[in-house]
Design a protein around this ligand. Structure first.
Ligand code: HEM
Length: 480
């Protein structure tokens, strides 16, 4: 039966009702779709990147009002390439041409770094290290035009970010830092013969750019740090870039990546916390204690998922203990330096360690703890803009301004929140102590006991564990 036949059989009033109903439906759908569209737009506006952008704008707007805001804004600008966590443009085709050989060489030689089984024979290992370094040196000499590279770096250091955008600069920082670690260790698991070297003759193509980069970021260490090798080692889509275990089992590749991700995740979630620290400081200074208490509550709430990343990721089923020491940790150490003639002694640089994670350094300053790292250690490893932020946070910490006997309910809430932050940091430090010992106790017969962040240790790991534990226990006791 056709539609016209059907309609013809119906009473005109029924037809009118049907048409009315259809028009109503269309209007209702179009009305309903408006909020739906609005919702879609609203969702689009609140992607994590957009939320971060908004927070950064809000913080920037306070630059002239408060020193902490100014230091945060400076850090986003200098270290973060306009964002936080720091942005890195690993879209290699957009890099200035003279820089590209560095990435090519890393990717070409990276499969030679890891060994399925570490050899225990020093001669074999010496030959492997020498051969890898000779290949690296040769490719650098053949392909890198150091004059052009230096010109680019000089342009950037003179503020010409149009020729060398900051996010590319950051990716290049990561590239050179990773290349230096590849050259330093040459083989993964790292081996005794490389560990015994106190001075490493790093090729000029890796040394000269490094000097520029370190001058820009304001830390002199020969090694990279958590920012250069961990935070910047992810592209805009969250992909992990420079690896030490390329071509090894999926379990090994995943262990390395998961470890790096802990640092990236922690800092990715830290931005709201930095903003709340700032706002707590400002509102307290304005004597708006109600608002301050709310910002303090936000800080403790943000801490849960941030520390959760550590608790959920750093355990045997995600990062196997049997792999961490030999597959992951060694590559991030440095344990080498130069002979200082004036002081008549060796200066040894340590490598990467969790003690360089801004989140913890900032929290310690906010709750007015003395810094964990000595000023000299900070100057060597922590980027200058991050150090300046921490100094400002410590200077404006208001924790000690709250009397033992709070004057009102809002002050009591602020005090409770400070207590809660301390409690969570203590819980982290206790858990960290237990887990660190477990990870460090795994046998690694191919190497001498070494911490990435503390270089070569005593003759046995069991003796060294006590030494390392002292740092962790000491910090736990100070966290009050
Ligand atoms: C199995 C992996 C890890 C081991 C074995 C380990 C071990 C250690 C050791 C021995 C120290 C004291 C010596 C030093 O300062 O370098 C330390 C300090 C520290 N680590 Fe780790 N760590 C690991 C992973 C992490 C991760 C993933 C984080 C954070 C995301 C972290 C955060 C810290 C912090 C903040 C300190 C400074 C002391 C403190 O604030 O309590 N560590 N770590």
């Amino acid at each position: 039966m056709s539609l016209s036949q059907t309609l013809g059989d119906l009473h005109p009033v029924t037809i009118l009702i049907l048409v009315g109903a259809c028009v109503g439906c269309i209007l209702a759908v179009s009305w309903a779709s408006k909020p739906a569209k609005a919702l879609v737009t609203w969702n689009k506006d609140t992607t994590p990147a957009q939320v971060a952008d908004r927070k950064i704008q809000q913080i920037r707007a306070l630059t002239n009002c408060h020193e902490v805001a100014a230091k945060l804004a400076e850090m986003f600008h200098t270290d973060g390439a306009g964002s936080w966590p720091p942005r890195a443009n690993h879209e290699y085709s957009t890099w200035p041409a003279p820089l590209r050989p560095y990435r090519d060489i890393y990717l070409e030689l990276a499969p030679l770094i890891p060994q399925p089984e570490a050899s225990l024979d020093d001669e074999t290992n010496r030959a492997r290290v020498d051969s890898f370094r000779a290949q690296y040196r040769k490719l650098l000499q053949e392909r890198v035009n150091l004059i052009q590279v230096t010109k680019l770096l000089e342009a950037a250091n003179a503020g010409r970010w149009d020729v060398f955008p900051r996010d590319t600069y950051n990716a290049f920082y990561c590239c050179i830092a990773s290349s230096r670690h590849a050259y330093r260790w040459a083989t993964v698991p790292v081996v005794k013969v490389a560990q015994m070297e106190q001075i490493v003759d790093v090729p000029i193509e890796l040394d000269e750019p490094w000097t520029h980069l370190q001058k820009h970021f304001g830390c002199e260490s020969q090694s990279g740090n958590i920012m250069s090798n961990m935070l910047l080692n992810f592209d805009a889509h969250g992909q992990h870039m420079f690896k030490a275990n390329m071509g090894m089992t999926p379990e090994m590749v995943a262990a390395e990546e998961s470890f790096a991700r802990i640092f990236h995740h922690a800092e990715s979630r830290a931005l709201p916390l930095y903003q709340d620290m700032l706002m707590a400081i400002i509102t307290f200074a304005r004597e708006d204690k109600e608002a301050c208490a709310q910002h303090m509550a936000n800080i403790t709430a943000s801490l849960r998922p941030i520390l959760g990343t550590y608790y959920n990721e750093l355990h045997d089923s995600k990062i196997p203990m049997k792999l961490w020491l030999s597959r992951v940790q060694g590559f991030f150490a440095w344990s080498a330096g130069y002979f200082d003639k004036e002081a008549d002694k060796m200066v040894i640089y340590d490598g990467l360690t969790g003690n360089q994670v801004l989140l913890f350094i900032a929290l310690d300053a906010f709750i007015d703890l003395e810094s964990y790292l000595s000023p000299l250690e900070q100057e060597k490893t922590i980027p200058a803009a991050q150090r300046r932020l921490v100094v400002a946070l410590k200077k404006h910490s208001f924790r000690r301004k709250i009397s033992e006997e709070p004057k009102d309910e809002a002050e009591a809430r602020i005090q409770r929140e400070f207590g809660e932050i301390v409690k969570r940091l203590r819980a982290f430090r206790s858990a960290h102590r237990v887990r660190s010992k477990q990870y460090l106790s795994t046998p690694a017969p191919e190497r001498l006991p070494m911490m990435a962040g503390k270089s070569l240790l005593g003759p046995t790991m069991s003796e060294s564990l006590q030494y390392l534990d002292n740092f962790m226990v000491g910090r736990l006791q100070q966290t009050i």
